[in-house]
Write a protein that binds this ligand. Structure first.
Ligand SMILES: Cc1cc2nc3c(=O)[nH]c(=O)nc-3n(C[C@H](O)[C@H](O)[C@H](O)COP(=O)(O)O)c2cc1C
Length: 445
């Protein structure tokens, strides 16, 4: 049975699934319930001088039938008194000694203020501290949150102040709202951070009401940019986690955050270097109970694949993240359409014809089984000499597995652009169609 126990920068938890700082970690009652249901850890809703929140604070993006594909908020840090939060953190830690309890902190950028806050936090018995340098709205206008996390010198400075008094591990939570996250990650390392977590939310406006012209979420007719999260941000988070995990100047543990909702998401973050995982939006959508599926799914997959511990998986995909110029130009793919499962919807033809490389032909308009197998509609077929293996047809096809991409073997050794441009290595022959207007070659309906 796979062992999910986690040791993250010295913080231990029964599994790698932690609640991210946010509404689900606002109170003792919530965190205790989450631990009862199986969560391995929790990062408390960010604590600081209490603030005043606006009413109407979340915005949502639906996609087709999927609700909350993307989620946005203009909420600030905890609006509860510091003392209440610290008292409850101490209580949770006392009652759940095995789970990881992390306090997320954000105070004004003064050395004494940070020292005082860190000392008070440590008195609770919390396992670690997360510095919220990522909040993109409200607090940043007051010189906190992403106002710190967007400037390497500020990041380094505050981590140094915190480390002057910290006796427990310090995790620095990074903002994605920067041009290159590795600069900030390195600054945190330079300041003495024990670990990093990312991503916090992405600057966003989720929509505009076209009757009233109010941006969403509207507060008495107006809105401000807020933080984007949920499934929509996972690809961005995976990239940023891999960028930091693959940076030789960053050799500290990374907690992966951003759009995690299933065990597969979790496994992908681990494969790209995450040592623990944090979840917010999926819990706001479906509740704490999702942890059961996260744990079962990850353990089953690890058992099936023979991975005994998380260390067996961590970072396994990282060596495969490379620069474009090192990708093999002699790796050729061809799309293949399975005529038995094709439903003759023509989506692949339309997408390829108008939006890509004109590499699919239609054989028979309104065919009645003549060229196909009794199904109505035209038979679609790959024009092999025009196909550049781009994946678009497979991506748009509504039938899972109907269009597959198949490698076309050749005898040419792998060569990347960098070597090829320097005169090292040869290109396997490519069809003339790649460079001509194949459009005119494709039969029209
Ligand atoms: C409503 C809401 C409030 C949040 N509040 C905080 C916060 O107080 N401190 C913090 O570090 N992150 C906060 N976050 C960011 C999350 O911890 C997390 O980084 C982000 O939502 C991405 O993860 P997800 O896609 O699983 O939600 C908040 C997110 C949401 C949706």
């Amino acid at each position: 049975m796979a062992d999910l126990t986690t040791n993250f920068a010295g913080i231990t938890s029964p599994n790698p699934f932690w609640l991210a700082s946010g509404p689900p970690t606002n109170t003792y009652g919530q965190v205790a319930k989450a631990f009862d249901e199986g969560w391995g850890g929790a990062v408390w809703k960010t604590i600081g001088e209490p603030i005043i929140n606006v009413f109407s604070r979340y915005g949502s993006v639906d996609l087709g039938g999927t609700r909350m594909m993307g989620f946005n908020n203009i909420e600030l840090i905890s609006d509860r008194p510091i003392a209440d939060n610290l008292k409850e953190i101490a209580e949770v830690k006392r009652n759940y000694p095995k789970q990881a309890v992390i306090a997320s902190l954000m105070v004004e950028s003064k050395r004494e203020t940070w020292h005082d806050m860190v000392r008070r936090t440590q008195d609770t018995g919390a396992d670690g501290i997360e510095l919220n340098f990522g909040c993109p709205h409200g607090m940043s206008e007051r010189g906190m949150g992403s106002a710190v996390g967007q400037v390497p010198d500020y990041t380094c400075q505050i981590v140094e102040w915190v480390k002057e008094v910290a006796t427990i591990p310090v995790i620095v939570k990074l903002t994605p709202n920067v041009t290159d996250v590795t600069y900030i990650a390195r600054a945190a390392v330079q300041g003495g951070a024990d670990a990093l977590s990312l991503i916090n939310t992405i600057n966003s406006i989720v929509g505009v009401n076209l009757d009233t012209f109010e941006p969403q979420p509207s507060v008495d007719g107006k809105s401000s940019h807020g933080g984007y999260c949920g499934p929509a941000v996972k690809p961005i988070a995976l990239h940023l986690v891999s960028a930091v995990a693959g940076d030789p100047a960053v050799k500290i543990p990374i907690s992966g955050i951003g759009g995690i909702a299933t065990w597969r998401d979790a496994a992908e973050f681990i494969a790209l270097g995450a040592g623990s995982l944090q979840v917010c939006t999926a819990v706001m959508h479906y509740g704490f109970r999702i942890v059961e599926d996260l744990i079962d799914g990850l353990s089953n997959w690890m058992d099936e694949r023979g991975h005994r511990t998380l260390a067996d998986v961590r970072g396994r995909a990282l060596p495969r993240v490379t620069k474009w110029e090192e990708l093999n130009l002699n790796y050729h793919l061809l799309a293949h359409i399975d005529q038995d499962t094709c439903i003759r919807c023509e989506l692949c033809w339309t997408a390829c014809e108008d939006g890509a490389h004109q590499a699919i032909r239609r054989l028979e308009r309104n065919g009645n089984g003549e060229a196909g197998n009794g199904k109505r509609g035209p038979v679609v077929e790959i024009i092999e000499e025009a196909c550049v293996g781009c994946n678009l047809c497979a991506a748009v096809c509504p039938v899972q597995g109907c269009i597959t991409m198949r490698p076309v073997p050749n005898d040419y050794p792998a060569v990347g652009w960098k070597d090829y441009a320097a005169g090292r290595g040869k290109l396997a022959p490519r069809s003339e169609h790649f460079h001509t207007a194949a459009w005119s070659a494709a039969p029209k309906p």
